[in-house]
Design a binder for this molecule. Structure first.
Ligand SMILES: [Zn+2]
Length: 435
């Protein structure tokens, strides 16, 4: 506040080559003592530098010429000008960070360098986080998600860095959005942009951001590239497109509706992936029950699943997520892809290595295989342990199957955090165990 008062009488006069936003000439901005001055002509810029230097002389301030740089954006023909402060030339640079934002003048997209820097930082944080696991053990799921939101997500929101978001979540849990409740970074950035647009539309007319927005709409109407057109294009090119026009983006109420549509598009995209991907059969057959009325329930597709907090041992949780995402060593997965000297094996031929009578998938290995006495023993121990801990399950006799019994049982394991699920599968478990 004191600095703003001190700086209040800084007045750099207008020039004919100033940049104009909604009829207002804007030639400089300040963030505390970081000052940025610009002009569309060398003469205009030197004039403003001289004016600023004189103000500093009158107010006992010194401009650090060594730290001062100038940049040239866009095409320029002729001799490169020399700018001076108190007669001392200032250096030309093609890359400079102002208020945390890196600008690069030699690339078509001036913020392209910023994306690379942020990608590098997010990748370094990810590697450092998981590099500690040999010392501290597996990171619990909830803590890992909190770490992601605190240390990685802020970097990713600067750019469309989807690969790094996937890298972190796969290292943490194997699983992605339908289980963690996190938004894919693409949709996260769109909702942030729409939220910012809604905020700027509500600013008073005198606010500079409002003037810049009006100028962006003007450029958009004239067919020039700007972020308003980018937003319309991005919405149109989503996997489940959200249609809008530049006119829609001027209406705050319409923006709120668009934000809801973007979230619905995100859910539709995740749902489509679950329905079509060959490795997500557990998730699309998911059976979940309500704690209150013990009925099958429907919950949002993007949510933090109960098992992520119910399974408290991180290694167990990792093994569980590997199982439900088909990221394991069973034949159904190992023979899915061709390898050197071995072609892809058809699904019906991916037989169990113990009994050779069934396809070695998750349900077969966990529940029905009788080819290994060791596995049989472990399976019986697991189920007996479950019944011992929850003896009421054996007395339940309700059973309404929606899919095949085995798949139903396998899918119900996803909801073991809700005890009622066990009461649904118990009668069938008895059948399998011949109890
Ligand atoms: Zn078997």
């Amino acid at each position: 506040m004191l600095w703003n008062i001190y700086f209040a009488d800084l007045n750099i006069p207008d020039h004919k080559d100033d940049i104009v936003l909604k009829g207002r000439r804007i030639s400089h901005v300040e963030q505390a003592d970081d000052v940025a001055i610009w002009s569309t002509s060398p003469e205009g810029l030197q004039l403003k530098l001289d004016c600023f230097f004189r103000w500093c002389q009158c107010n006992s301030m010194t401009i650090s010429v060594k730290k001062t740089k100038w940049m040239l954006f866009g095409r320029f023909s002729g001799t490169v000008p020399v700018f001076t402060v108190d007669g001392v030339p200032i250096g030309l640079t093609d890359c400079y960070k102002y208020v945390g934002v890196l600008f690069k003048s030699t690339e078509c997209y001036v913020l392209g360098g910023l994306y690379k820097v942020k990608a590098g930082k997010a990748r370094n944080v990810t590697q450092a986080t998981f590099g500690l696991e040999p010392l501290i053990g597996c990171i619990p799921a909830k803590d890992g998600i909190d770490l992601y939101m605190a240390r990685v997500d802020p970097h990713l929101t600067f750019g469309y860095l989807e690969g790094i978001q996937h890298l972190f979540l796969r290292r943490l849990l194997v699983i992605l959005f339908s289980e963690t409740g996190l938004l894919p970074i693409r949709y996260c950035r769109i909702t942030l942009a729409l939220g910012f647009l809604h905020y700027v539309l509500g600013l008073p007319q005198a606010h500079l951001a409002n003037a810049a927005l009006e100028n962006a709409f003007l450029l958009s109407n004239c067919g020039y590239a700007n972020w308003i057109n980018d937003l319309v294009n991005v919405l149109y090119h989503l996997p489940f497109p959200v249609a809008c026009s530049t006119t829609d983006l001027r209406d705050p109420e319409r923006i709120i509706k668009l934000t809801e549509d973007v979230l619905k598009s995100c859910e539709a995209s995740v749902h489509s992936s679950l329905q079509t991907h060959v490795r997500t059969h557990f998730l699309r057959n998911r059976v979940e029950f309500n704690d209150q009325d013990h009925q099958q329930r429907s919950i949002p597709i993007l949510t933090l699943r109960p098992y992520l907090t119910a399974i408290t041992v991180p290694k167990h949780l990792h093994a569980f997520t590997c199982l439900i995402m088909s990221c394991h060593a069973l034949s159904i997965e190992r023979l899915r892809y061709a390898e050197r000297y071995r072609p892809l094996i058809p699904r019906n031929w991916r037989l169990c290595c113990f009994c050779q009578t069934g396809i070695e998938d998750e349900c077969h290995a966990l529940l029905t295989c009788e080819g290994s006495s060791t596995l049989n023993y472990l399976c019986h121990r697991f189920l007996e342990d479950m019944f011992t801990r929850k003896p009421g399950f054996l007395r339940q006799n309700c059973m309404n199957l929606y899919v095949s019994e085995i798949n139903y049982m396998g899918a119900s394991f996803l909801d073991l955090a809700v005890p009622w699920a066990l009461t649904k599968i118990a009668p069938n478990l008895r059948g399998f165990l011949c109890v």
